[in-house]
Design a protein around this ligand. Structure first.
Ligand code: DOR
Length: 439
């Protein structure tokens, strides 16, 4: 079925323009002002609405297999399309960890017919598989190799430089890294008192833990010449290191909405462990530095690090409450509040959420609204300005620290490869997500 979208204001990194979109066979056939709808096509009226390229969220945890009580591929991908995310890359800290081709194939089989969005899965690096990863990372449906330098949820860990160097030397693709120094974290956790207020979290997993690890990572990227992607950067100091580094395209950075829209200690006082994630949300000076880094190009992509846990699990005392915040559905709505509040130009949104991720991971035919690209887009109603109600959230968790945030627009219709999959808080048709391909 072909599709014609007319009257919308299409947002691209190059500006906002009133454009019609003609979709044929799931791809964009034409885009521009004043197009005419061919006879027989389905027509969507986007007058008064904004149209963004479908978001590509390259860091989500959808918990399947093994932890489906928190989330699964169906519920996580539903939350994705409800938020305008049409492609996701899923992390390997499931149960079991995704560390072999067989476990990758299992995830792809589980995703078939149940995922609302297109997708790929990361393999997790460990001491045992470092040599084989380079061969496995080009398997269909694999987005690459994920490294945890510091432990977070689950047991995946590459804590020492020699193992990390082995991983970097054997692979070809960009390696996304959770960068916190494990020995430093061990030292810090040894001092924590059970039941301490959640606001101690950024002191426990402190700036030094992040900086120490990131210095090690940059040195190894330099030594091996291997491209790395610093996930969920959380400190002003790491941003300065990135700016000063000579790694060029070997280094890319991700920021999460949590670090951009929350700050310590207020977020812990207001939301308790619901604002607890790794690396932690930190004080305002870090938040301000991250916002500046979105504008000056230091940050390449925004990823949600959607990391669901049940409310019951989150209500445990510190430090037993697991770290992680759901967020795949709220990336775009939050960025729209930043536009309204005047600190983010709207053109940055498609750069950071679509074109950037497609560029740094080499995703084929996605990330732009241009002829021959997949017709993945989201139509936003800018007139939705009420406080975010919990009833609109589609993750199994049923909570978000952003519930109650006064909105500045909301995704109304999400289109995946030319087919409407989500419209006004409801799914349309059956899940049709497929593995993405890479250039
Ligand atoms: O807070 C976090 N939670 N950070 C991570 O890196 C992992 C994630 C999870 O899987 O829960």
């Amino acid at each position: 079925m072909d599709l014609f979208v007319h009257g919308g204001r299409v947002v691209s990194p190059r500006g906002v323009s009133e454009s019609d979109i003609l979709v044929r066979d799931g791809r964009i056939a034409a885009i521009g002002p004043g197009l005419t709808a061919p006879a027989g096509v389905e027509v969507l009226d986007a007058s008064g609405k904004l149209v963004f390229p479908g978001l590509i969220d390259t860091q989500v945890h959808f918990r399947e297999p093994g932890l489906e009580h928190k989330e699964d591929l169906a519920s996580g991908s539903l939350a994705a399309v409800a938020g305008g995310v049409t492609t996701f890359f899923e992390m390997p800290n499931t149960k079991p960890n995704t560390t072999t081709p067989e476990l990758l194939a299992d995830k792809l089989a589980r995703a078939k017919g149940r995922c609302w969005a297109d997708h790929a899965f990361f393999l997790g690096a460990s001491e045992d598989n470092a040599e084989q990863l380079g061969e496995w990372e080009s398997l269909p449906g694999c987005s690459g190799i994920k490294v945890f330098m510091g432990s977070s949820t689950g047991s995946l860990l590459v804590e020492d430089d020699p193992t990390l160097e082995r991983v970097l030397r054997h692979g070809k693709r960009r390696v996304p890294v959770h960068s916190e120094d494990e020995p430093r974290l061990r030292e810090r956790y040894a001092t924590v008192e059970k039941g301490a207020p959640y606001r101690v979290h950024p002191d426990v997993r402190d700036v030094e833990a992040a900086v120490k690890s990131t210095k090690r990572l940059f040195a190894l990227a330099e030594k091996t010449g291997h491209p790395v992607h610093l996930l969920h950067v959380s400190t002003a100091e790491e941003l300065d290191l990135a700016r000063a580094s000579t790694l060029g395209e070997l280094l890319t950075l991700e920021a999460t909405p949590n670090h951009l829209f929350l700050h310590a200690p207020d977020c812990y006082d207001e939301h308790g462990s619901l604002a607890q994630m790794n690396p932690p949300v930190r004080e305002k000076r870090h938040q301000e530095a991250l916002r500046a880094a979105l504008l000056d190009g230091t940050i390449d992509v925004i990823g949600s690090d959607h990391a669901p846990h049940t409310l019951e699990e989150k209500q445990q005392p510190y430090p037993d409450a697991p770290s992680g915040i759901p967020g795949v559905q709220t990336i775009l709505p939050l960025l729209l509040t930043a536009v309204r509040d005047g600190w983010l130009p709207i053109e940055r949104i498609p750069l950071l959420t679509a074109e950037g991720p497609a560029r740094i991971y080499g995703i084929a035919r996605k990330g732009r609204l241009e002829p021959d690209y997949d017709a993945d887009f989201v139509i936003v109603d800018p007139d939705v300005t009420e406080p975010l109600p919990v009833a609109w959230l589609r993750s199994k968790t049923g909570f978000s620290p952003f519930v109650g945030t006064k909105l500045a627009g909301w995704p109304e219709t999400t289109v995946l490869r030319g087919t409407v999959v989500y419209h006004r808080h409801a799914t349309v048709g059956d899940p049709r997500g497929k593995p993405v391909t890479f250039v």
